[in-house]
Each structure stands twice: as structure tokens, then as C-alpha cells.
Design a binder for this molecule. Sequence first.
Ligand SMILES: [Zn+2]
Ligand SMILES: [Zn+2]
Length: 434
Amino acid sequence: MALEFKTPRGTKDILPADISKWQYVESTLREIFERYNFSEIRTPTFEETELFARGIGQATDIVQKEMYTFEDKGGKSHTLRPEMTASVMRAYLEHHLGEKRTLQKLYYISPMFRQERPQAGRFREFNQYGIEIIGTQNPLADVESIILAVEILRALGVQKSTLKLNSVGCQNCRPKYKEILRQELKPVFSDLCNDCQKRYHANPLRILDCKRDKCGQITESISPIYEYLCEECATHFDKVQEFLRSVKTEFVLDRRLVRGLDYYTKTAFEVISDLLGSQDSICGGGRYDYLAEEIGGKHVPAVGFAAGTERLITVLEKSDLLPAFGGSVGLYLVSLGDAATKWAFKEANELRRAGISCEIDYEKRSLKAQMRDANRLNVRMVAIVGEEELNSGMIVLKKMDSGEQESVSANAFRQVVIERLNRKTEPAGSPAKP
Ligand SMILES: [Zn+2]
Ligand SMILES: [Zn+2]
């Protein structure tokens, strides 16, 4: 019979063999976020479509082409979240989080959904981690976002990454820069790609991050926006650079770094790794002082970043930075015969309640097959129980790494196992602590 069902296009299963990587990365992320005093936020998987249309920008590719939108039975339009920032800001405003403490530092580790053309490293359901610092104008918050994005990579051992920095100005200075862009691009208009010819009129800033070679060559030497910032934006940009230097965080200015979303203001940054090929961005972020008003709230300045968890794991794999996992089972109770299996089941139950991870055989297999199973699970110890052992009241305990054996009385069995497994020796193949 042919298998009828497969994972939908652009989605994936994370199987037990891979789950340790995810758990390792996610627990490291949580630990770092909490060190910087960020609290986790979880929002619904779907929101009203209008939130994303307004919060991300009607003209963006995400809203135009990539959203999973559906009508519920009442005819209301909902959308699976394609990113998290609009949802977090909606939650901040809805629950008046700013009234308890003006400054809110929030993080998330969540799946997102975009109907993109599936390709290597791109999924329709993908995972992001990110932060939002809501409620302050201070460039220190921009810098904290940036160094946190970089610190995560450093803590996981990633040596080679590049931090790119730009400013996208504000509603005062950006229109003037758009005019300058149009003037500079006018003589080469016909060399731009079709998309960019449309962007020329609608939002010429977006020509700067066009991925086509020809457009890239044209914009390589375009006048940078940071030469045309208003006084407020220029001071902010200077402060961000000054603070970054003060904590010895290297960066390069990139005049073509513009975020595709309309609500971004001032700081824009990106962390890239050449290990990712053409999809080289691990993390992107910036300031978005207009978002709260865009979705119907008051003026609330904010800054944050979002990063792709799949991409981070790819970088860790390619740099050989993932620890060896496995060996979480402490004891395997090998049992031969019904009476022994009954005894093993009861002991396993008691040991599990006492905090020891253990496994038994369910299939009445031979001694050899059960030992093979124990090896496959990379257990630390094996106990062997047959009719003879039950009659004599002496159980054989074997340490798998050294092969050392001892006979333990059935009465003291549980106590001895707990003592042996709670000793401070790490099991073979257990993950190294970073
Ligand atoms: Zn400005
Ligand atoms: Zn183009």
C-alpha cells in the first residue's frame, strides 16, 4: 500500500534524532534572554488579517503574496502569523503592559508561516527567535538588541559573522532621501529590473535591497542615507555607533541595508554568516517607532530583532558546533522470563518515581537482543534479571562504559542504582555544557 500522506510542501517533521539540537539551541536562547532580563511572550498563532496588513505594510511581499489567510465561519478574515513584531505590539497595547512598567523587554521562540516558494533553507512553517524592547527612544536599547543578537552567536561558538548597520531615517528625513535616490537612479532607470522600476515610484528605498546582480551593481555606489539624516536621526545613529564601539562590537556600515517593512525607523541592522551561501542573513532587526500608531495605538517607540532558528542550526551544523547528544537513559533492566519482567517493570516504576530514567524490554527478547537495545540507547548501566537471579536474590549490575560488573542483593537494588547513577560522572556522549 502506498503511503497516502506526507508533510505539506514547505513543512518538516523534527524527528527524535534531531530534537536534541533544537532543545539545546532553545534552552541556550532562553538562558541568554533571561540574563538580559527579557520575559517570554506567547501570542496566538493567528491574528486578524488587518493587523498584519497594517503592521507589516500593504505593499510588502509578505502581505501581497505570502500570507496564509482564511475566513472563519463568521466571515472574519484571519492570518497565520508571518512574523511576530505586530503581534507583540498588539499584545503590549491590548494589555496596557506599558502601565505596569513603561519599558517592556520581551522575547519569543515561535513558529511563523509564509507561503513562499520552497527552496533550500526556506520553509513555509519556520521558526524564529527574537526580542522587542518597547517603550524607549534611547539608542542604548538599539545597542542592547544588537549586542544580544551577536552574543547569542558568540555563546554558541560561532566565530565568523558580520554585523551590518544602517539608519533608515524617519518620516521627516526619509522622503527627502527618496527624492535623492530617484534623482540618482533616473539616468539608469531602464537598467533596473521590472520590480525595481515599480519600486522607483512606490518606494525607491526597496531598490537598495534588490537581490538581482544588475540592480546591486547600480546601487553599490549610491549616496548613503546616513548622509541625509535629520539632526535627531543623525545624533541617534552616532550614539548607536559610539555605544557599539564602547562594548567592542565590530560592525560595518551598509548603505544598502534597508528593512522591507514600512514601520522601521532609524537603526537597521543585520547579522550575516558566509556559511549560509546566498541566504546569508541569520538575523535582522531595527527600530520601529511608528508601528504602534500604525495599528491604532498611541506613539510607542520600540526596537528589536528576529532571527531564523533553522538558519542558526544550519550555521552550528556547518561549523561543527553542536555537542554530541544522547545517553539520557540511566538504566536498562534486561529481564528473562515472565516473573523477571514483572519484577523489572515494578522496579523501573519505582526508580522512575525516584528520578532515575530507565527502560525495560516489552517484547520478551533474548538476552543478546536486549543488550543490543541497551547499547543503541547508549544507557549508562544495565541490570540483568532472570529466574535464577530472582531465586538467589542477587541481581547483576553492569556499567556500560567500563564493563565493570557487581552483584547486588535484590533488597538493596534500588538504593544501589540510585547511588551509582547520581554520582557526578557524566554519561558517555552527554552534551558538553557550553
Ligand atoms: Zn530623521
Ligand atoms: Zn531590482
